[in-house]
Design a protein around this ligand. Structure first.
Ligand SMILES: [Mn+2]
Length: 478
């Protein structure tokens, strides 16, 4: 294994009737319980719109279904279309604002909340959303203003971790001589399982230490589902020199045990640096963490400064990993343009928040599509790439196939592009509502043939997903 880059519904409505109103009732996204329901809702609203293309409500409802399936680009287009059809349609403004928020376009979102507040001055909910969004816009402006002075200064420089004291009544796990040991990792996982908090000194130590086959297990998105992560280790064994793992990004956000997930993963990285790999996902970024819970969770359980340190460490996570020169693993997928080589990937200056376009953005954000060529991304970021794009990339770089994550799949994994593009997703029953299985992949050095293992969700303590997310993003409020 070679590091590419080192670290510093209603299922119903089977028969489409000509009465779209009936259809609307049957497939209201509010009733949808799983990813499949949202996909059906999208399908039926699309059919309804073919019959009645000037119905703002259908566009707005389809927009909501797109939001729930994380297709923010499509959601934005539909909300905009709804408003073109009916500029007084309040829900349309909400949908467009939510889409823009999800895409990190806070100023555009603020404009829509402003409109709603102007039209409905007595609406408390609208006012709350406007204020919340305004707060974010102001905070961003402030951050930009101070960014120049603070630019290269690491949080580590302002910390004196060595001299932090651990109180006598703390009975939890501690590092031994500043080092992560197997005993520490076992104690840590049991401690977290009991919903106890790691001492802040140890949390800083795990974070700040330098991060730098025969068989490997590849896992996809875990998204703060700590109890499902523990279950992976139950089923597949603890990480070790003879049982290496690669976790393919999106460790945090959405699930409300993101801190427990990331500290456990960082701990194993320190324990087995050559046999435990972590790649960056699109959620290991400030914009996403601000909206989807990780920033809120770290601030609730520790401090804002602790979040700053995570943010810095995330910027050092590699974007891709090549296994035995044959398999390339990345969180999102391939590129908006042909001709990108492994050498180009190595050269990416990744210690930053990802840009809006280009190879770094594509590695974190793109998705495969069944048809040849490329198309506009359903997410509103990067692109979708077809089997011909995959074929050309693999041929040019002398690779066999790619493994990526980033999309929830009913079976936990999906094989597309004639076996050359594999998706793996390891957060079963994603967000407690998608009903999907999780999966991990075994690769053996002898033939690199992928073996898929599926698993289902295990119970977790009663803290709901998105509990720490920005209130504008919480599930009931979209
Ligand atoms: Mn992702």
């Amino acid at each position: 294994v070679v590091y590419l880059q080192h670290v510093r519904s209603d299922q119903g409505c089977q028969v489409f009737t000509t009465n779209p109103a009936q259809l609307l009732l049957k497939t209201s996204p509010k009733l949808a319980q799983s990813h499949k329901d949202y996909e059906n809702a999208i399908k039926y609203y699309t059919e309804a719109l073919e019959l009645n293309p000037s119905n703002a409500i259908y566009y707005s409802n389809r927009s909501l279904a797109y939001l729930r399936t994380e297709c923010y680009g499509y959601a934005l287009v539909d909300a905009t279309r709804a408003l073109e059809l009916d500029k007084n349609y309040i829900k349309g403004y909400y949908r467009r604002a939510t889409s823009n928020m999800a895409l990190g376009k806070f100023k555009a979102a603020l404009k829509d909340y402003e409109t709603v507040v102007r039209v409905r001055p007595n609406d408390k909910d609208a006012k709350m959303k406007y204020q919340e969004c305004n707060k974010i816009v102001k905070q961003k402006a402030f951050e930009r203003a101070i960014a120049s002075d603070e630019l290269k200064r690491s949080v580590v420089d302002s910390l004196d971790i060595e001299n932090m004291t651990i109180e006598d009544d703390y009975a939890g796990p501690k590092l031994e001589d500043g080092k992560v040991t197997l005993k520490f990792m076992k104690d840590l996982m049991a401690w977290f399982k009991d919903q106890k908090k790691l001492h802040r000194k140890c949390a800083y130590q795990v974070n700040a230490l330098q991060m730098h086959t025969e068989k490997i297990t590849i896992c996809g998105d875990t998204h703060g589902q700590y109890y499902d992560l523990l279950n992976i280790f139950e089923l597949n064994g603890l990480p070790s020199i003879t049982n290496p793992y690669l976790f393919n990004g999106d460790f945090v956000d959405r699930g409300s045990f993101s801190l427990e997930v990331i500290l456990t993963l960082f701990g194993f990285k320190l324990l087995y640096p050559e046999h435990f790999y972590l790649l960056r996902g699109n959620h290991e970024t400030d914009n996403m963490n601000q909206m989807y819970g990780f920033e809120g969770e770290v601030k609730a359980k520790y401090t804002a400064q602790m979040f700053q340190l995570f943010s810095e460490v995330f910027q050092w996570l590699p974007l891709a990993q090549c296994i035995n020169n044959k398999v390339l693993v990345m969180h999102g997928g391939l590129f908006s343009e042909d001709g990108v080589t492994l050498e180009d990937i190595r050269k990416i200056d990744r210690n930053r928040q990802p840009p809006d376009s280009g190879p770094m953005c594509d590695l974190l954000w793109s998705d495969p599509q069944p048809q040849d060529g490329r198309s506009v991304s359903k997410r509103g970021v990067s692109c979708q790439f077809g089997p011909d794009v995959t074929e050309r990339f693999l041929e040019q770089n002398k690779l066999q196939y790619i493994v990526r994550s980033h999309e929830v799949k009913a079976e936990g994994y999906e094989v597309t592009h004639s076996g050359k593009c594999i998706t793996v997703f390891s957060a079963p029953n994603y967000c407690d509502q998608m009903g999907n299985k999780g999966a991990y992949i075994h690769l053996r050095g002898s033939d690199l043939k992928p073996e898929f293992h599926q698993f289902t969700a295990v119970p977790h303590p009663n803290v709901k997903p998105m509990a720490y997310a920005n209130s504008l993003m919480q599930l009931g409020m979209m």
